[in-house]
Unconditional design. Structure first.
Length: 562
């Protein structure tokens, strides 16, 4: 792990369990966890919490954490997702070192374990169709019915299971089921399916197998094979824990791993459903899985979030046993706090208004030293060119300002940051629309650098760019993707899409120092927010994504005790 994931032993119920297990010497080995993603999609912020919990818990206890892909369903999996998931985990700052595994590594062992269950009378081949299995399972208030194939002999089951492996039966015609209890109040214990016939090319094993294990079967045994001590899962697997334990006990696995469930990370104004997100992508509403409006790790990275801020967010959320929904503003607070320390301040004008300083020489260009980051004394400064014509924000001028407006107005003096005091003398408007198109101003030569020798003060300071030196840019302003905190409340999040989730500004201007920026570089645009250079940038035009605004609503809520 790198600096984003420094191991700190936190007090929570998982750590309490581990401490007790270590005290009683429950295991014959150090703490060993695993992160087991399915390679059927891209990771999101919820996975980030699982990564932090698994890798962080292991590191804090001097143990190890494996990366294991649960590749037991070849119809939905792809090598593309494997590579993307590894890239995302490394980006977060975690390292599995040489402990990269796949459930498919264990297909032969899992098959032999299944044979052993058959020999012990704990598994049988069932010929019921999927629909019949569901019907026989019963309901939450009614017990299930035993399959008519439940009492086949060990010999017949061994023969049929071998023939399933050999490909003698059609897909879906037979399954291997555990023989447990069809009257169990836990539906997962009503003779669950362990293997199904599925002719599908696997991204690693090709066409070697035509039967594949179910996740609930492969999971505990993969943990056992790898020597996992604590199998940390999200809360939806709590009802699966009895089956997890049953499989390990039925096979008499020594020092079996312990499954512990913790609450998932849920955020308001977001959805994580791959199916529903894919629909929005297919409809062209979202640009892809790295759309900066998504809380996929790829989307957050493209938008400009730092891995440090995401890890800190997961730390603040903590580990609990109860599901809850966290405020998206809390995540934004974390990236804002991180970027405040590291992001260089620069000047960018998003909605330009031309300002001609008639008292400034036409052929003169000066350079002013402007600090890079007041939060970081070591960040130094940079030279920014200044000339007779500059651009300021349209919002920094009002022809008839209210009392508390402290920017430029007719006859009013303001400071151009790091440059001069200027006073608006004339307002030029479009004769057709009446829109203000240019301001004619004068400057005070004695205010060079933004201060006067007589100590005269002005209330307003505006950022600016020199017209002769500014670089054109496209700026994408992102907001919440949905208009309501629970967009999936009716099952159709598309009904709550925020039409202002992305606003594209085409005619922005940025200071010339940004010509040297690389894709992924992050900056604070003075008074505008934090921005990141997007991969869509070309030689002709820079493209920036707004990461977050400067307004920290979550911090204000915390300070007010809300």
């Amino acid at each position: 792990m790198n600096e984003t994931s420094t191991p700190i032993k936190q007090t929570n119920f998982i750590q309490d369990i581990i401490d007790e297990d270590m005290r009683t010497n429950r295991f014959d080995r150090p703490v060993h966890t695993r992160f087991p993603p399915e390679p059927n999609g891209y990771l999101h912020i919820g996975h980030a919490k699982a990564i932090c919990v698994n890798f962080g818990t292991a590191a804090a206890n001097g143990g190890l954490c494996n990366l294991r892909f649960d590749d037991t369903n070849p119809t939905k999996e792809d090598e593309e997702y494997v590579e993307a998931i590894m890239e995302d985990i490394r980006w977060l700052g975690f390292d599995w070192e040489d402990r990269l595994y796949f459930a498919s590594d264990y297909f032969e062992q899992l098959y032999q374990y299944a044979v052993e269950l058959i020999k012990r009378g704990k598994a049988y081949v069932c010929d019921l169709t999927p629909e019949q299995i569901k019907e026989y399972r019963g309901t939450l208030t009614e017990p299930g019915r035993e399959s008519p194939y439940r009492n086949r002999s060990v010999e017949e089951n061994l023969d049929l299971f071998q023939r399933m492996r050999n490909g003698e039966f059609p897909d879906g015609s037979r399954v291997l089921r555990a023989r447990i209890d069809m009257a169990s109040p836990n539906m997962n214990m009503r003779d669950p399916v362990l293997y199904r016939i599925m002719r599908a090319t696997h991204h690693r094993t090709g066409d070697k197998w035509c039967i594949y294990p179910m996740y609930d079967y492969a999971h505990p045994l993969s943990d056992a094979i790898e020597g996992i001590t604590h199998s940390l899962c999200s809360l939806e697997f709590e009802d699966h824990r009895p089956l997890y334990n049953w499989i390990l006990e039925a096979l008499e696995i020594p020092y079996p791993p312990k499954q512990i469930e913790f609450a998932r990370l849920n955020l308001n104004y977001t959805i994580a459903s791959k199916r529903k997100l894919r629909r929005l992508i297919d409809q062209g509403i979202l640009a892809g899985w790295d759309d900066p409006r998504l809380v996929t790790l790829r989307g957050l990275r493209r938008r400009g979030y730092t891995p440090e801020s995401i890890v800190e967010f997961c730390r603040l959320v903590g580990v609990s046993k109860t599901n809850s929904v966290h405020d998206l503003a809390m995540l934004e607070h974390c990236v804002r706090e991180d970027l405040n320390k590291r992001a260089q301040r620069v000047m960018a004008v998003l909605r330009p208004l031309k300002v001609t300083i008639e008292t400034y020489p036409e052929d003169l260009v000066e350079e002013f030293e402007i600090e890079n980051n007041p939060e970081d004394p070591a960040a130094g400064g940079r030279k920014v060119p200044f000339s007779r014509v500059v651009y300021i924000e349209q919002d920094d001028f009002m022809e008839n300002p209210p009392k508390k407006f402290h920017r430029l107005a007719p006859g009013r003096e303001i400071r151009l940051k790091g440059a001069y005091y200027i006073t608006c003398r004339e307002v030029i408007k479009d004769p057709v629309t009446g829109e203000v198109t240019e301001l004619i101003c004068t400057h005070d030569p004695a205010s060079r650098g933004g201060y006067t020798s007589d100590g005269r003060r002005v209330l307003g300071t505006s950022h600016w760019v020199s017209a002769a030196h500014a670089i054109p840019a496209e700026v994408r302003l992102y907001d919440k993707l949905f208009t309501v905190p629970d967009p999936d409340r009716d099952g159709d999040p598309g009904a709550y899409l925020n039409p202002e989730s992305m606003v594209v500004l085409q005619n922005c201007l940025v200071e010339p120092s940004l010509a040297a920026a690389a894709v992924g570089d992050r900056f604070q645009f003075l008074r505008q927010g934090y921005f990141c250079l997007d991969p869509d940038t070309t030689k002709e035009k820079l493209v920036f994504n707004r990461i977050v605004s400067l307004k920290d609503t979550w911090s204000k809520i915390q300070k007010s005790g809300g």
